[in-house]
Design a protein around this ligand. Structure first.
Ligand code: 5GP
Length: 221
C-alpha cells in the first residue's frame, strides 16, 4: 500500500550499531519543534525505561503479522530475530503540521523506504573509527568476545548498504552530528542527493575485517 504523501519528506536515519543514531534522533525530536519521531512497532520485549507508544508500539508476533496482512506497514524487517516496522499511521501522525519525520530504522527498512517514498532523505550515520566502534559496542554490557564479534559482523553488513544513502555523517562529536543532520534536513530538496560512498566507509570496512581476522585485499587502513 502506498503511504500518504506527507508535506515534508520523511528522513531515515540508519547506521551500523554503535554509531549513535538513536541519540541523534532523540535529541533532534526533543529540541526542535519541527521534528517528530515515527514510533515503530516491534515484537521485541520492552527494555528498561521504555514506554509503549512512545519508544515503540510493543506487539505480540500475532498482532504484528496481522498488521502485515492488512497492509498497515510502510516497511518492516526482521532484526536480530524480532520484527520491526513503520506503521502507516505512525508516519501520518508524526508528519501532522508539516513536521520532519525521523525514522530510526535499520538498513533493510531504509531500502524499502527508498522504494515506497522516493522523495525521502536517507542519512547514514558512521562511527568515527574502528576503535571507537569497538569501545561503544563493548560498553553496552558485559558481553563476551563472541557477542562483540557478532555485532562487528552485523556492522560490516550494514556498512555494505552505505551506497543506498543520500548522505553520510560521521558521528565523532554528538553535538556536531546533531547539527549536521538538522541542517541537511532543513535544507531539504535544495541539498544535492547522494554524496557518494565516502572513504570513511571503506576504511571502516577494512578495519573491521582486520579485527575479525579476515583476509582483505583492500589497501585502506
Ligand atoms: P532496538 O531493538 O535496539 O531498539 O533496535 C534494533 C534495530 O532495529 C535498530 O537498528 C533500529 O533502528 C531498528 N528498527 C527500529 N524500528 C524499526 C522499524 O520500524 N523498521 C526497521 N526496519 N527497523 C527498525
Amino acid at each position: 500500500m502506498m503511504p500518504p504523501s506527507p508535506a515534508a519528506p520523511p528522513v531515515v536515519l540508519s547506521a551500523p550499531s554503535g554509531a549513535g543514531k538513536t541519540s541523534i534522533a532523540r535529541a533532534l525530536v526533543a529540541r526542535e519543534q519541527d521534528f517528530a519521531f515515527s514510533v515503530s512497532a516491534t515484537t521485541r520485549p520492552l527494555r528498561g525505561e521504555e514506554v509503549n507508544g512512545v519508544d515503540y508500539w510493543f506487539l505480540s508476533r500475532e498482532e504484528f503479522l496481522e498488521m502485515i496482512r492488512r497492509g498497515e506497514f510502510v516497511e518492516w524487517a526482521e532484526v536480530h530475530g524480532e520484527l520491526y516496522g513503520t506503521p502507516l499511521s505512525s508516519l501520518a501522525e508524526a508528519s501532522e503540521g508539516g513536521r520532519h519525520v525521523i525514522l530510526d530504522i535499520d538498513v533493510q527498512g531504509a531500502r524499502q523506504i527508498r522504494e515506497a517514498v522516493p522523495e525521502a532523505l536517507l542519512l547514514f550515520i558512521l562511527p568515527p573509527s574502528v576503535p571507537t566502534l569497538l569501545s561503544r559496542l563493548a560498553g553496552r554490557g558485559t558481553e563476551g568476545d563472541a557477542a562483540i564479534r557478532r555485532r562487528l559482523e552485523t556492522a560490516l553488513e550494514e556498512l555494505e548498504a552505505a551506497d543506498v544513502f543520500d548522505h553520510h555523517i560521521v558521528n565523532e562529536d554528538l553535538e556536531r552530528a546533531i547539527r549536521e543532520v538538522r541542517d541537511l534536513v532543513r535544507k531539504g530538496e535544495t541539498v544535492s542527493r547522494n554524496d557518494g560512498v565516502p572513504e570513511e566507509v571503506l576504511r571502516l570496512r577494512a578495519g573491521i575485517e582486520s579485527v575479525l581476522g579476515r583476509d582483505t585485499t583492500s589497501d585502506s587502513q
